[in-house]
Design a protein. Structure first.
Length: 247
């Protein structure tokens, strides 16, 4: 039995997307592995957002509502798995490190030339083996539900460089620092500084995809200088902004 679906209504796909093109909210009866072969995808779900560059992928379990937005000219590749096939054993969307081998297998399975049955079976065996070993990355930006947290999030999404403390932001939204700090941990699983760092890094990926320089991106996202930005970027994504732009 094939590891992935190959029907016309739900098989491997390659979808070119223009800058800022969106695919609206939808869900699938099957699991999906989504990989931007080039460009950057912002994937939104009810529990939060992921920004996915070319050396990453995202696993979206069956039944999870999601939407896509492209930043820069983007080529989205997707593989579809029936519900019993879940090599990652994941029940929530998760960003994955895409190894060079896994990337090439995804490309081969989503290309214009349909592999012969034997070749496809071999590729699928490699795919499943790679997925069982792949590293899951904690790169979600959780979406808060409390109205005060949503107001704080909106302020920082509009200007990631806003350097106000949580107490100062609390004064702007009508809540104490202690209350907001407690709510951030309860609703996002992160401290406020961790959440703000994740927001800034997500925004940085979008700016880099749009052609902004590292220096400009660092300033726009609130870093004290390029060195601090590069260090934070490397910790999160395992590569430098310069290497990411060239990938």
């Amino acid at each position: 039995m094939s590891a992935i679906r190959h029907s016309e209504s739900g098989g491997p796909s390659r979808v070119p997307l223009a800058h800022r093109q969106r695919i609206g909210w939808h869900d699938h009866a099957s699991h999906q592995l989504i990989h931007p072969h080039r460009g950057v995808l912002r994937i939104s779900t009810p529990i939060g957002d992921w920004v996915v560059p070319p050396h990453r992928g995202v696993w979206i379990p069956a039944g999870v509502a999601h939407a896509h937005e492209a930043y820069g000219p983007t080529e989205m590749r997707a593989l579809v798995f029936d519900p019993p096939v879940n090599p990652l054993r994941l029940d929530r969307p998760t960003v994955l490190a895409i190894t060079p081998l896994l990337r090439e297998v995804v490309v081969a399975l989503t290309g214009d030339d349909e592999p012969a049955a034997t070749q496809r079976a071999n590729l699928e065996r490699v795919l499943l083996d790679q997925l069982r070993k792949v590293e899951a990355l904690p790169l979600c930006l959780p979406a808060p539900s409390d109205a005060r947290l949503r107001d704080v999030a909106a302020i920082l999404e509009a200007d990631p460089a806003d350097g106000r403390t949580l107490a100062e932001l609390g004064a702007a939204v009508g809540a104490s620092e202690r209350t907001l700090s407690r709510l951030f941990r309860a609703e996002t699983g992160m401290s406020f500084p961790q959440w703000r760092t994740q927001l800034r890094l997500h925004h940085a990926l979008i700016l880099l995809a749009g052609g902004r320089s590292v220096t400009s991106t660092a300033a726009t996202c609130g870093y004290s200088g390029p060195s601090a930005f590069i260090q934070a970027f490397r910790r999160a994504f395992g590569t430098t902004p310069h290497a990411y732009v060239r990938s």
